[in-house]
Write a protein that binds this ligand. Sequence first.
Ligand SMILES: Nc1ncnc2c1ncn2[C@@H]1O[C@H](COP(=O)(O)OP(=O)(O)OP(=O)(O)O)[C@@H](O)[C@H]1O
Ligand SMILES: [Mg+2]
Length: 520
Amino acid sequence: MSTEASAIPQFKEISSPDPVLEIHDLTKRFPGVLANDHISFEVRAGETHGLLGENGAGKSTLAECIFGYYKPDSGSFKLNGNAVSFDNPTDALHAGIGMVHQHFSLIESFTVLENVLLGYRPSSEGLKSSNVEARFTQLLEVYGVHIDIDARVSQLSVGELQWVEILKALIYDVDLLILDEPTAVLTPQETDRLFQALERMLSEGVSIILITHKLREVMEVTDRVTVLRRGKLVGTVNTEDVTMTDLSRMMVGREIETLCRSNQVVNGDPVLEVQGLRALNDRGQLKLKNVNFTVSEGEILGLAGVSGNGQKELFEVLVGVRRGEKGEIIFDGKNITGTLPNARISFGIGYIPDDRQRTGLVGGFSIGENLILGRQWEPIFRRGLFTSQDSINKFAKESIAAFEIDSPSHHRLVRQLSGGNQQKVIIARETSKSLRLLLANQPTRGLDVGAIEYVTRKLLELRDSGVGILLASEDLEELMNLSDRIAVIFKGEIVDIIPCADANIIEIGLLMSGAKSGSQ
Ligand SMILES: Nc1ncnc2c1ncn2[C@@H]1O[C@H](COP(=O)(O)OP(=O)(O)OP(=O)(O)O)[C@@H](O)[C@H]1O
Ligand SMILES: [Mg+2]
């Protein structure tokens, strides 16, 4: 080294804060998959560190290795400068690492409080189980979350579930909190609240690893970002040095297109007519008051609304898994109000539910079995009285290829797939049959930018081929790009239906908040 060079002060080194976590050369393999391939990076004390990558890139696996849920095949960690190795998550918690998992770990039939107590691990920081309830109640208050701790988990919305998971992770004092796609199921308003909560945690000395597919969030809240691609480290960058396009190129290795519907005007016959629909939720509360709208052939009707305003109940009534109190559902001119879900599937109605783990998939079934769920009686999957394994295998292989589901085989259990790839299984199942109407509730939730491009292309293709689509999305920009008209739901009523050409995001936002009543 020249004397000149050594005379230059090393500002970067001196000013960079100590790392809270150092990951060195970490490798984790599953049968047939190298999920993490010699990964090294560090998380600095006091920073929010984004972890990005396509579906199946290895983000959750890496996080679960840090948290002690998986044992890495090789590699090492340092926490606050000390070498650590965890045999299980309890060790990690005691050492000061908390985690909010991508998949909910709550037991549906238990109450919120029972779940919180169940997750309580004795001996941590002298926290007594009798104090856990008080601490949890305090956290609900501090973070302004209104959830009844005696409600059964099965009665909570997915957004509420996510808050329980987040606050549960904060019961212990942690130095590092890992959040695996915490905003995938949150509304934009809830996301803002979460980010305020994260700021509060940072000010209390917690460092954060945030896994997300939403690049806007990455730009907004992270200090640095580490990108993975197919199990390998692409690099770590300062957020302020990059654009969203740079990040998506690092993740996917190509440019991503934002797709919009064609301007072709729809004049098709109505596929779905909903008249005077009224329905209660599981708690007996009135969630749909008097819902009226039509979806025509070749039309995407966007459904905008803050989650909890009746969207879930509306989709469930349309699919036939919830009974309406009043009102009629007309499909292709026929009244199908009292028909069963299976009959509706056979009429050509597809359904992408907003919550893949609860209703969309059976985790303990293989990809192949999940791909034909609800369709197993269709003649193409039968040979006489029996299911035809050959045709199921063929269909599964074709779907995996067509939808780029990242798995070595269709025999793999769905719960072993990455979150985004689970979502692709549902989309493959629901869009590969002969459809007249697709009911899509948050279909791009949890998908990476490349997969979103794929799904939106699929929705537009279906629309152009004459399928009517009811599309709910919390991403208003996505809704504006894809929908022909947008219906805004507020407190169980459609307050307005606006052709997209005349709509603007601000007006829709106001309608969603109830601040403006519609023209209807
Ligand atoms: N328990 C498991 N058994 C076998 N393979 C697994 C298991 N968990 C993950 N994998 C595989 O490891 C790879 C990485 O998965 P991982 O869940 O870490 O991806 P991810 O980056 O979190 O993706 P997503 O954004 O979709 O959540 C995938 O190919 C996945 O199928
Ligand atoms: Mg994941």
